[in-house]
Ligand binder design. Structure first.
Ligand code: MF3
Ligand code: CO
Ligand code: CO
Length: 326
């Protein structure tokens, strides 16, 4: 089942008008705007290899982390979560995604950390900003630019910080002012999908139980699950070889072990889950232009189950703090 109507079908809002004469046109396509020059990071900050134009270093990092690495990941995870929570207090109609980037860049430095996306190598150019901002039909990896956020937009902000040699990766979808009912439902279902995926990350279970839980809930609500982007192992490397699919993949039967750290970050769509890439080589949008939402946490697997490492210090103003209650 797909909820996004075809152009000539009745709009989902119940107006009785054709979709193309109703909500389709009030939701203008997101288009690229001017991107400002790269912002420097002081030499006092410890940087990953790509910060100054180097490659992403890859090595066989253990999937099960030592207690010492875990302690560092806890500290960095909280800083990333606090930065994301702060964004929740500044996002409103009239601000640009570039202003969100400036906020993340400055906070990261104040916290003594490096904003991991900055200069991260890609298929074409490196990512030129310190946070990903993905508006409306943009699935992920949107580049902050001069676009002004409009009342009714939804924007996902994906914050990753690097400090003490480890990364903490977390994102949330925020409402810009008042948003329509479908966007609210999409966002809430996506949040619940993330919670259900996290709850399924039990030690001793196969890793594909996570995607099964997410896909079941998304599809029961008529939504789609993006296939082209997955969760990932994380630690001293931003992305390790461990992949977490958000849909059920029968052959991913690796067992979830105590001490593993990985992200769960489902991208859920109103319409088709298929993606297409902008010419910038980064921005991924839905193929049909339907809206999409995402939430992400970095997790540690304990004997008792998953623990969220990206829990903010203060949960006030955080749109999904209750997910982060361990
Ligand atoms: N934070 C994203 C993730 O969840 C990765 C962003 S890479 C970037 O994996 F270069 F686009 F920033
Ligand atoms: Co991630
Ligand atoms: Co992320």
């Amino acid at each position: 089942m797909r909820l996004l109507p075809k152009a000539n079908e009745a709009c989902w809002c119940g107006s009785g008008k054709k979709f193309k004469r109703c909500h389709k046109q009030s939701q203008a396509e997101v288009v690229p705007h001017e991107i400002s020059p790269i912002r420097p990071v002081p030499d006092t900050i410890d940087k990953p290899t790509w910060a100054d134009g180097g490659d992403v270093e890859r090595w066989d990092e253990p999937r099960v982390k030592s207690p010492e690495v875990i302690e560092r990941m806890r500290r960095t995870g909280v800083l990333a979560a606090d930065t994301l929570a702060y964004l929740g207090t500044i996002i409103k109609p009239g601000i640009t995604t570039e202003e969100i980037d400036i906020a993340v860049h400055e906070r990261a430095i104040e916290l003594g950390s490096y904003p991991s996306p900055l200069n991260y190598p890609g298929v074409l150019d490196p990512f030129p900003k310190s946070v990903c901002t993905s508006v409306n039909e943009v699935i992920c990896h949107g580049i902050p630019d001069a676009r002004v956020l409009q009342e009714g937009d939804i924007v996902n902000c994906d914050v990753t910080l690097f400090k003490e040699g480890v990364h903490g990766d977390t994102n949330a979808t925020f409402y810009v002012g008042e948003v329509d009912e479908m966007s609210q439902r999409l966002t809430q279902v996506t949040r619940d999908c993330t919670a259900l995926g996290i709850a399924a990350a039990m030690p001793g279970e196969p890793i594909n139980e996570i995607g099964r839980a997410i896909q079941t809930h998304a599809e029961a609500n008529g939504f789609g699950v993006v296939r082209d982007f997955v969760g990932h192992g994380i630690g001293e490397q931003f992305h390790t070889d461990l992949q977490i699919c958000h849909y059920y993949h029968p052959s991913l039967t690796d067992i979830i072990e105590v001490g593993m750290t990985f992200t769960i970050e489902p991208m859920i769509t109103v319409g088709s889950w298929r993606s297409r890439m902008w010419d910038d080589g980064w921005t991924a949008s839905t193929a049909d232009g339907g809206r999409t939402a995402q939430f992400e946490h970095t997790l540690l697997i304990t004997e008792n189950g998953p623990q969220i490492l990206t829990t903010p210090t203060n949960t006030v103003g955080h749109p999904y703090w209750d997910l982060a209650r361990n």
